[in-house]
Design a protein around this ligand. Structure first.
Ligand SMILES: NC(=O)c1ccc[n+]([C@@H]2O[C@H](COP(=O)([O-])OP(=O)(O)OC[C@H]3O[C@@H](n4cnc5c(N)ncnc54)[C@H](O)[C@@H]3O)[C@@H](O)[C@H]2O)c1
Length: 328
């Protein structure tokens, strides 16, 4: 069995999810972690018995990993992904792919000319309730899917969030760039289509930073499903729910909890399916892409469509009009 060496760039909040998943896969071994923050880098390295480097370029040159996982602040995604692709590394690049479509294009060019695989970490594709919902939609049991109502409330301004998330030039935006990327991905993936138009209204009432703290988005997909996304990062009651409205019923997804389907006017929970951790499934998908020379489910071209929709969200809010998302 071929084994692949993986190295992680960024020892922040999401780092342990990736390293734990690597530890569960026989075909993958974690060799090193790079982080400019010596304290964080060394801590993660000692927990997982791997080497810490302050400079990711030095790490890649010395370790020559087959795969790099890029878990950096959003404004660093493009430069790091392009450079690592040029070194011949396959990439698992965290979502959102980059700040803008033009940056996504630069990454896609580097990946194509270096003949490496790129997967973007859209983990929504691997959550059990989402997999159940996709099967339900495709089965046609509740008729035609006509609308989606996705709600996410989460106090975004808590002490634990690193400060770059509140700087537009580093994060690309606020709650919508970060968590809205998940919602747009979920809607596109569930409907096997792309966002074709958006009308968005955002607010900037957060106690710090220059990014939006809430947003309402009305969108339409190329499969003619209408969706509404409402997200708020202000204080309130945490909520992470997606309702699917069909011609003959409804379904509700609560992240990490499961799926409910309407029966006789009430929601009844569908028996949850036991699936592997989404981060393990994500690595399996990347391995399949490398071994079979295919694109992973969440390819760079797919992930660029999420950024195109997000660009349209900010544009729509600025101009106060509905924006068409250009097909790429
Ligand atoms: N898929 C998911 O569900 C999920 C969840 C959380 C975060 N994310 C994504 O993961 C990425 C990282 O998010 P996070 O929450 O871990 O952020 P974080 O700020 O906790 O971690 C980023 C790390 O990068 C380090 N860093 C900054 N510049 C560097 C450089 N030049 N070289 C090496 N290290 C450098 C920082 O010191 C920090 O430790 C983001 O793209 C975020 O959107 C995805």
């Amino acid at each position: 069995m071929a084994t692949y060496r993986a190295a992680l760039i960024g020892a922040g909040i999401i780092a342990r999810n990736h390293l734990d998943a690597l530890g569960r896969l026989q075909e993958l071994t974690a060799s090193a972690v790079a982080d400019t923050d010596e304290l964080k880098g060394r801590q993660v390295a000692s927990e997982y018995g791997i080497t810490h480097y302050p400079d990711y370029k030095e790490m890649v040159i010395k370790e020559r990993p087959d795969i790099v996982i890029i878990a950096l602040p959003h404004h660093l995604h493009e430069a790091c992904a392009v450079w690592c692709a040029e070194q011949g590394c396959h990439l698992l690049l965290e979502k959102p792919m980059a700040l803008k479509v033009s940056e996504c294009n630069a990454i896609l060019d580097a990946v194509a000319s270096s003949h490496v695989k790129l997967m973007v970490g859209h983990t929504q594709h691997y959550w059990p309730a989402n997999l159940q919902a996709k099967e339900l939609i495709q089965s046609g049991k509740l008729g035609k899917l006509i609308a989606i109502h996705d709600t996410r409330h989460l106090f975004y301004y808590g002490d634990g969030r690193p400060s770059w998330f509140f700087e537009k030039d580093k994060a690309g935006g606020g709650i919508l760039m970060n968590l809205g990327a998940h919602s747009i991905d979920k809607i596109q993936w569930l409907t096997s289509s792309r966002v074709k138009s958006v009308k968005a209204s955002l607010t900037y009432e957060g106690r710090i930073g220059d990014v939006e703290g809430s947003g309402c988005i009305f969108l339409q997909t190329t499969s003619n499903v209408t969706a509404v996304i409402i997200q708020s990062g202000y204080e309130g009651v945490a909520k992470d729910e997606t309702e699917l409205i069909f011609s003959n019923g409804m379904a509700k997804l609560i992240s990490a909890k499961g799926m409910w389907v309407s029966k006789g006017g009430q929601y009844e929970q569908v028996k949850p399916i036991v699936k592997e951790d989404p981060f393990v499934l994500q690595f399996k998908d990347l391995l399949r892409a490398i071994q079979c020379d295919q694109d992973p489910d969440s390819s760079g071209v797919y992930a660029r469509s999420v950024i195109a929709a997000l660009e349209a969200v900010y544009h729509s809010d600025e101009k106060g009009v509905e924006i068409s998302v250009e097909p790429k």
